[in-house]
Unconditional design. Structure first.
Length: 309
């Protein structure tokens, strides 16, 4: 174990992030994680809105290009140190899975199946994260995490059934959502060790660049889409690039560096109830009572999962 892994503290800009001790997650890291989940939940609305005019691959490229430019400027101004060369293979894999495959698959799934069904399938991601982190990262399977995760997952399933208009179909959309869930889990577990050597900012930026490069074949499609897109779709695309991408992935890395992958994965169970609430406030979509019950269960499960051992 390195000194960075053994000591808990607040990293200075550009310095390696340090994971939290097993006794609990620091409040600032929890706050960063909650901000991340809120912004990612808002992305479901943005993807639906922008998806009217912009195709899945093109939308992903636009988000990642905006993120790469904004984060790159911050890295340059703050002169953040680059990761060691030995971390590059893992960083490239993280960028391919977490920023490239996940986003394209999620965008494509949301254009084929409704948000309720998508949220149910994507919520397999935290389950996979807990399993992979327990086995590969040696985080184990703490009782609060397992019990809280099961309760939260039940809540998400209730939300999914309550807001689903098509049901859980075996089709292209469901397969894409499953691919997104798998890429999400693989990306998080791949990212976690990187944060022991480098700052969340530079890891997020480089992974964003990798994802953008992967999506370059969609550039002609993006140019054509933007030429015919409405101002609202373009506005949502800019929002997705600035907040759910640039800000949220950075705050996620900050939180993940100071906690376990399992706990942070469980925190994302809050995304579906937040998304339902935002749809109610912004799109005037009144949530069914079953979704409200599911949201309460998800909240209770997440709170329990964050308890100390």
């Amino acid at each position: 174990m390195t000194s960075a892994q053994a000591n808990q503290g607040t990293a200075s800009p550009g310095s390696p992030e340090t994971p939290a001790p097993s006794s609990g997650t620091p409040p600032l890291a929890v706050a960063a994680g909650l901000l991340t989940v809120f912004l990612w939940a808002s992305a479901f609305i943005g993807i639906r809105a922008a998806g009217d005019d912009i195709d899945p691959g093109a939308l992903t490229l636009a988000r990642l290009f905006i993120g790469a430019v904004l984060l790159g400027a911050v890295v340059l101004v703050r002169r953040v140190p680059m990761p060691p060369r030995s971390d590059m293979p893992r960083l490239i894999l993280c960028g391919l899975l977490w920023f490239g495959v996940y986003n394209v698959a999620l965008n494509a799934a949301e254009q084929r199946i409704d948000a309720g069904t998508t949220s149910m399938i994507i919520s397999l991601g935290p389950v996979l994260i807990a399993v992979l982190a327990g086995l590969l990262l040696k985080e184990g399977f703490p009782r609060p995490l397992v019990v809280g995760g099961v309760v939260a997952l039940v809540g998400v399933v209730l939300i999914g059934f309550a807001t689903s208009s098509k049901g859980l179909e075996a089709g292209t959309g469901s397969a894409l959502a499953l691919l997104a869930a798998a890429a999400y889990a693989g990306g998080v577990v791949t990212e976690k060790p990187l944060l022991g050597n480098s700052s969340a900012l530079v890891i997020t930026w480089l992974a964003c660049v990798v994802g953008a490069v992967l999506c370059l074949p969609f550039l002609p499609q993006l140019i054509d889409n933007l030429a015919h897109a409405s101002g609202e779709s373009i506005g949502w695309t800019l929002y997705l690039g600035v907040f759910p991408t640039s800000v949220a992935f950075t705050t996620w890395g900050y939180a993940l560096a100071r906690s376990t992958a399992g706990k942070m994965g469980a925190l994302t169970y809050l995304s579906p109830p937040i998304a339902v609430t935002l749809a109610w406030l912004i799109l005037d979509e009144t949530p069914p009572w079953l979704a409200v019950v599911g949201g309460a269960l998800s909240l209770a499960g997440v709170v329990y999962s964050q308890r100390k051992k």
